[in-house]
Design a protein around this ligand. Structure first.
Ligand SMILES: [Zn+2]
Length: 297
């Protein structure tokens, strides 16, 4: 063990995938790491965790940065992408607080041992997704799989995502089309409305519309944007093309469905199994904001 703790050459950042491969969304850290390795990402050093804590020490020592991939339960709608930036005690606190994840506390223990030896801890960026189902089973649920695609794209393409000096905590609602970004505590609902207005502008050019009379949006029950927030953003952002337009916001309930017998029900965070056949349910609607239709003349 003494050998493991000797100073060694400066090393590359290390990317770590955490999770349990047989617990559905809980295994997403492993899935993300697999995708990154398949897409030849800039990360060359990676670690699929699950080994003994002492084996991790040699891997974790003297890293300028750790990038940790894991399921994160932050109380958000399932499929929400979360970034947390932590260093030193903050990193240890975060890993030890998360008692639900035994794999995290293993990592926390390894880092605590390293610090006890007087070796400084690296800065860490944790990327995670709010899970829908962490019960026993194979594969990610569909909303988490969609969010994973978004996250992997960002990790592969966007260099600044990896630079801890420029990063802050953030939350992305990774719906199919539009990413609603929240940095720190502030929600950028206006950014989404700007995106909608750009779509309207493109559509009006294509269809030669001079004036928009009605715009219909659909708001999922689990969307972070309230009706009031959307109305306010609309009033603040609508341009001359939309000045006279009526805004209609339809509400979309969050529904779960059993893929085996098609049983459906309203989403509840504690309702993971089909009430008819006992199979596992999937979230099928209610997380997105969508532009449904535009009427113009
Ligand atoms: Zn069923």
């Amino acid at each position: 063990m003494g050998e493991l703790l000797n100073p060694i050459e400066p090393r590359k950042p290390l990317i770590i995938g955490l999770g349990h491969p047989l617990r559905r969304d809980d295994g997403l850290g492993l899935h993300i790491l697999g995708e990154l390795q398949a897409s030849c990402s800039p990360f060359t050093d990676s670690l699929t965790c699950g080994q003994e804590v002492l084996c991790w020490l040699s891997q974790l020592m003297h890293r300028p940065q750790l990038i940790i991939l894991d399921a994160i339960d932050g109380g958000y709608p399932p499929g929400t992408v979360i970034r947390l930036v932590r260093s030193g005690d903050g990193l240890l606190d975060m890993l030890s607080l998360d008692e639900a994840h035994s794999h995290d506390s293993n990592l926390g223990l390894a880092l605590a041992l390293i610090r006890q030896k007087g070796v400084p801890l690296p800065a860490a960026v944790v990327y995670g997704i709010q899970p829908f189902d962490i019960g026993l089973g194979n594969g990610l649920t569909p909303c988490v799989a969609r969010a994973l695609n978004f996250l992997v794209k960002q990790l592969v393409s966007d260099g600044p995502w990896h630079n801890t000096k420029c990063l802050s905590d953030a939350v992305w609602l990774a719906s199919d089309q539009i990413i609603h970004e929240r940095i720190g505590k502030k929600m950028h609902g206006l950014a989404w409305m700007e995106e909608v207005l750009r779509e309207i502008e493109v559509a009006s050019t294509c269809h030669d519309l001079k004036k928009i009379v009605k715009v219909t949006l659909r708001r999922g029950e689990l969307s972070h944007h309230s009706q009031e927030e959307l109305e306010l953003a609309w009033e603040l952002k609508k341009d001359t093309l939309c000045q006279q337009a009526v805004l209609v916001i339809e509400e979309e309930p969050a529904l779960i469905r059993c893929p085996a017998c098609r049983w459906e029900a309203r989403w509840r965070s504690d309702l993971l199994y089909c009430q008819m056949c006992g199979g596992r349910v999937e979230l099928v609607s209610g997380t997105d904001l969508q532009l449904v239709s535009i009427q113009g003349i």
